[in-house]
Design a protein around this ligand. Sequence first.
Ligand SMILES: Nc1ncnc2c1ncn2[C@@H]1O[C@H](COP(=O)(O)OP(=O)(O)OP(=O)(O)O)[C@@H](O)[C@H]1O
Length: 229
Amino acid sequence: MTALFHLDNISLRYGNVAALTDCSLHVKAGEKLAVVGANGSGKSSLLSVLHGQLVPTKGIRQGPDQLRQAMLFQRPHMLRASVQNNVALGLWLRGVPWRQARRDALAALDWVGLADLAQRNARALSGGQQQRAALARAWCLKPQVMLLDEPTANLDPGAKREVEALMADFCAAGTTLIFSSHNLGQVKRLASRVIYMEHGRLIADLPVHEFFNGSLPAAAASFLKGELA
Ligand SMILES: Nc1ncnc2c1ncn2[C@@H]1O[C@H](COP(=O)(O)OP(=O)(O)OP(=O)(O)O)[C@@H](O)[C@H]1O
């Protein structure tokens, strides 16, 4: 697999708070990387640095200049506009003519099962529907890398399954998937590799079967036991 980008010994501080400390990570094309750890362990910060949205205080983030990336947040930001226009806008901002952008947006909304709600105010959608609309917005951009920060937190089991199925579609299309999750069942279902974080440090980095089959450092093993309890 081709290396997409890597973090070389990066640290990130928010004022006095050390969110990430000496993290090194290589991400290869086609990987399905899950980032797990307790609240405040640095998962969102790591994803934001990988996305290039936050610049590390120390260390180097390297990657090709032209990488197409999309990031999905726990609560996606929707503009006060129709669902279709919310999705179309992302394309238009990248130079796609407006009429074409609206057509592509509708096709993407059809893919996520929201075509019927295309004209509704995006802010009036439920959490699960907004998450699917955000996935449609990302899908249009044909990203090589898709980063998702706890994409199914606060969703009911049905909505979770729908979002997971869409994440699997991204993988099937060859998109590299990097997601944080507190749902270890989801990690088992979707990931090929798991990173475990603690206090801003990468403690374990293992293929998914090794992560769940006891090859963990003691701290990560106790986290896993707690989460599965
Ligand atoms: N904007 C900010 N300003 C100050 N401190 C922050 C900020 N964002 C995060 N932090 C701190 O940085 C650390 C890492 O936070 P981060 O959100 O990356 O963790 P997380 O693992 O994603 O947590 P959660 O599972 O609760 O979403 C925490 O100590 C957090 O309090």
